[in-house]
Design a protein around this ligand. Structure first.
Ligand code: HEM
Length: 409
């Protein structure tokens, strides 16, 4: 394979899904690979591409050497190939000690107890959604089923009133579909910020039972101060892409995996106790957050390559989760895979804040699908989002073959 064949900074490279063949070749021949700047490389800079599990893990675990922030004297930084203006200001794009400070407070909202308390409502919503499906219907599963529960879950976490949710989701959809630099995206961000500010003021004055109210009122142990409006607004805006977009893609990708591997669905039906391992396998298989970027804070060697201070280093969780040095038969979707050391939720200090919520949502949705006796079959070609950050399914056309048979295919 020719190294210059694929431009990983170009969303179009991902228009047919994740380029697994290219990464299998990289893992084998160029585990630490220098990606030259290309016509579409943002900022005109090249970047490192790290693809093996062990190397990816060692980068994530060393947040001092590999910064999520601006890494000293750079003007931009962050966790995407392209420098982000939000670097240094948002939870996932900060380093300690600021990251620790922000994380300490938001952790207070995301406890096992507060997440567990959402189960009944998410289950009731999933049941209603599945009950509305009729035999013979054809629809886009990604649009009608996958996005509903993750979006509702984030709205519940944030305490967004029911009557505002559709409006809010429309803004988010337009923002996601628009090019990130476009006027439409900027307008959507402005609306979202305005909405977030009003919600923060409401929660300050009249706290509800929601997790966001807990975070708004949470106090730092050292001085009793709370998060600023800016910090809260940034957190609000982060949760939709970080929480809803990722889980939506995991549900669609999981469904596609079952449609393509119907024997795995039958096995899960026969052995429902495998649901826990099935959920982990869905996250490994789909790895909705496919890569992250860090910036080197010092010269450091990875394998035989010298990474210089200030270099952009990308690591590809999707590739790591298919590494046959760690996973037995990595290209087989196996609901019974255990242990499953996937890094779909990241690792280290930035480990996914919403992992427990995502696991709950996936468990509820697939459990209710198993119990529903709905039988799906593919009704047309799958369409992927042309996006290198959040690879996922845009259209998953399905037909409801019956509501009484036992398998989805
Ligand atoms: C299947 C679904 C999900 C996947 C695959 C996923 C994946 C990830 C990954 C890989 C990271 C690490 C980022 C990094 O290292 O730079 C992360 C962080 C994060 N996730 Fe998730 N996530 C999911 C669901 C959620 C949900 C439901 C929420 C919200 C409640 C959420 C909120 C966050 C936040 C706030 C961070 C930043 C944490 C920090 O920097 O300290 N995620 N997620």
């Amino acid at each position: 394979m020719n190294q210059s064949q694929l431009d990983l900074s170009d969303d179009q490279t991902f228009a047919d899904g994740f380029p697994h063949d290219f990464f299998t070749w990289l893992r084998e021949h160029h585990p630490v690979y220098w990606h030259e700047p290309t016509a579409v490389t943002p900022d005109g800079e090249g970047f490192w591409v790290v693809s093996r599990y062990k190397d990816v893990d060692s980068i994530i675990m060393d947040a001092k050497t590999f910064s999520s922030d601006k890494a000293g004297d750079r003007t931009g930084g962050g966790t995407a190939i392209k420098d982000e203006a939000s670097a240094g200001k948002v939870l996932n794009q900060t380093d300690d000690p600021l990251h620790r400070r922000l994380r300490e407070l938001v952790n207070k909202g995301f406890t096992v107890k507060t997440i567990g308390a959402l189960e009944d409502e998410l289950r009731a919503r999933t049941k209603r959604l599945l009950d509305s499906i009729k035999a013979g219907e054809e629809f886009n599963f990604a649009q009608r089923i996958s996005r509903e529960i993750p979006t509702q879950a984030i709205c519940i976490v944030l305490g967004v009133p029911e009557h505002d949710r559709i409006r809010l989701c429309d803004w988010i959809d337009s923002g996601v579909e628009a090019h990130s630099d476009s006027v439409i995206a900027a307008e959507y961000l402005r609306k979202l910020r305005r909405y977030a500010q009003a919600l923060i003021e409401e929660k300050r004055a009249r706290p509800g039972n929601d997790i966001f109210s807990k975070i708004v009122h949470a106090e730092f142990e050292v001085d009793g101060s709370t998060l600023s409006d800016f910090e809260l607004r940034s957190f609000f805006a982060l949760l939709f892409p970080a929480g809803a977009e990722t889980t939506t893609r995991a549900i669609s990708g999981g469904m596609l995996a079952f449609l393509e591997h119907p024997q795995q669905w039958m096995r899960l039906r026969a052995e429902p106790e495998l649901l826990k391992s099935a959920v982990e396998e869905i996250v490994r298989w789909t790895t909705p957050s496919v890569y992250k970027r860090r910036t080197a804070t010092r010269d450091v060697k990875i394998r035989d390559k010298m990474i210089h201070r200030g270099d952009k280093v990308t690591f590809w969780e999707m590739s790591a989760n298919r590494d046959d040095r760690i996973f037995d038969r990595p290209f087989e979707f196996d609901v019974a895979r255990w242990p499953n050391k996937h890094i779909g939720f990241g690792a280290g200090v930035h480990f996914c804040l919403g992992a427990a919520l995502a696991r709950l949502e996936l468990t509820v949705v697939f459990e209710e699908l198993l119990l529903s006796d709905l039988t799906f079959e593919l009704a047309g070609p799958v369409e992927w989002m042309p996006n290198n950050r959040l690879v996922g399914i845009k259209a998953l056309p399905v037909r409801v073959a019956s509501v009484a048979q036992q398998t989805p295919a």
